[in-house]
Design a protein around this ligand. Sequence first.
Ligand SMILES: Cc1ncc(C[n+]2csc(CCOP(=O)(O)OP(=O)(O)O)c2C)c(N)n1
Length: 296
Amino acid sequence: MSIPLHISGNSSVHDFYCATECTWCDGCGDYGIMAAAKRAMVELGIAPHDVCLAFDIGCHGNMSDKMLGYRFHGLHGRVLPLAAGMKLANPKLPVIAFGGDGASFSEGVNHLVHSIRSHYPITFILHNNANYGLTTGQASSLTWQNQPMNTSPNGIPEDTMRPMEFVFSLGPTFVARTWSGDIKQMTRVMKAAIQHRGFAFVDVLQACPTYNKFASHQWLLEKCYDVSDEGHDPSDLEAAKKIAFDTSERVSCGILYQTEDVPHFIERLVPRKDVKTTPVEETKITDVSALMKRFV
Ligand SMILES: Cc1ncc(C[n+]2csc(CCOP(=O)(O)OP(=O)(O)O)c2C)c(N)n1
């Protein structure tokens, strides 16, 4: 990093506690994902005031009022440009974006493409429940073929997208897959993602007991295995693609691919070379009180 992250060095899970009532369904994978995200930050010494958390619209996006941190809840499909903007303004902040598969592979798929090829130094946690949860179970572009969903009782006529093939085609530098029932694994993967030099893509296969009857918690429990138990080398791109693409028998989880050799977006910005300050420190307009008065 040209500008090091500014992190307090210690925090506790309790620091992230927020009293807002959780409205997720019983058994929703979002509970586990939130627990892992908090644990990952705590284990890295990140306190709520150290981090920017950006949330998309959806069931998962309602996490924005269920944990502390500097939180922004954006428009559907737009979480990545929001997160990239935060990071460009203040590269000292760790920035973590959370998005659903509906948002990320339909409404905002363009932003996913350009975030990966731009190498924005941010973490992206995909809550992949393979459907549009908040709007009550419509098919997303990751819903499996032939699955009856609320607005497609005969299954979807379109082909299902293959997210790993798609992501790997864009030259990523960090690709991981994990699942919402394994908090230990999610925590380990998220820690590595937050520490990654560039754009970290973390596909979390998320149980959705209400609308996803095909990749249930039990199914994920039986199919998912940890690639670190089988000696996978995450620097081996071809091996990573092979285990990422083939999910016919088992689903590979853990860090699938990682390289720290590729400079990220800010490091590539020629006018920012050797600049030690951040745009937020450089801006003269820091007193926003007059502006805020217009809204009270
Ligand atoms: C541009 C836009 N399209 C559609 C919607 C309606 N909408 C709100 S939430 C949602 C479903 C979200 O699904 P997903 O992104 O997969 O997240 P999940 O609820 O499953 O966590 C939709 C379609 C919207 N708010 N804005």
